[in-house]
Design a protein around this ligand. Structure first.
Ligand code: G5P
Ligand code: MG
Length: 225
């Protein structure tokens, strides 16, 4: 496949499968813009916008935010990224969202992270997030330099409200029911690349190589196993 100038990519995977972790590495090595629907929603909640207030009720229950809210928000952001390569994380999550996206944007590749559900709950329990930037830490896997403090800004880290064990279980269930059909939708288009494993450091070199087939990397940071 010839490498092309602008990349349109999607990263998929269950809650806690490492989409944010792998996305940060893709941004670093390939210089693409990262658009995380969850980060966008958390910012709207923080800013107490009307969309944020609607979304909060669904997020706290581990349910998906309605398609009309998501589409308005994400398509607006994508419109500002027309001249950039981008990676969508957490969107689309329903077949409705997928159909609306591809009506507007041709997608080159869907990266699907397949991580067993049993490792996910433990991972999420140990996650700490810098909410304004979306930077993610884990108490063992990638701890901050100072416990509870963001490495870059020195601001406090928080645990996400939807990371309680019961909410994580609801999120995994919604993923199974609503997001599997999305994968099938893109598989039918022949653009899904599957990556299976327990650790992000095991998946990362494979993801890097697959992306390098469609976009020239600027660098390759090794993250040891
Ligand atoms: P989000 O924000 O999209 P989820 O549920 O899809 O949330 P999440 O929880 O953000 O996904 P992730 O990004 O896949 O997980 O995973 P991550 O943060 O990188 O990794 C999880 C933790 O594990 C981190 O602490 C990381 O450091 C650690 N970790 C990573 N790799 C390893 C490893 O190898 N080993 C170990 N030990 N640890 C590791 O969506 C949130 C909500 O917003 C709404 C929904 O309500 C959703 O529930 N929403 C939407 N609703 C409708 N439509 C949409 N399109 C929506 N988008 C969001
Ligand atoms: Mg995430």
């Amino acid at each position: 496949m010839a490498t092309k100038k602008l990349l349109r990519a999607i990263i998929m995977g269950a809650p806690g499968s490492g989409k944010g972790t792998i996305s940060a590495r893709i941004v670093q090595d390939f210089g693409v813009k990262h658009l995380s629907s969850g980060d966008l929603l958390r910012k709207q909640i923080h800013d107490k916008t009307a969309n944020g207030m609607t979304a909060k009720r669904f997020i706290d229950a581990g349910e998906l935010v309605p398609d009309n809210v998501m589409l308005r928000m994400v398509m607006y952001e994508l419109n500002n990224l027309q001249h950039h390569s981008w990676l969508l994380d957490g969107f689309p999550r329903t077949v409705e969202q997928s159909k609306a996206l591809i009506r507007d944007q041709p997608i080159d590749i869907v990266i699907n992270l397949r991580v067993p559900f049993e490792v996910i709950i433990d991972r999420i329990k140990g996650r700490w997030t810098h909410l304004p930037s979306g930077r993610i830490y884990h108490i063992e896997f990638n701890p901050p330099k100072v416990p509870g403090i963001d490495d870059v800004t020195g601001e406090p880290l928080l645990q996400r409200d939807d990371d309680k064990e019961e909410t994580v279980k609801a999120r995994l269930e919604h993923y199974r029911r609503l997001t599997h059909p999305v994968l099938q939708f893109f598989r039918n288009k022949g653009i899904v690349e599957e990556f299976t494993g327990k650790y992000s450091n095991e998946l990362w070199p494979q993801v890097h190589d697959a992306l390098a087939q469609v976009l020239k990397p600027k660098t390759y940071q090794v993250h040891s196993l």
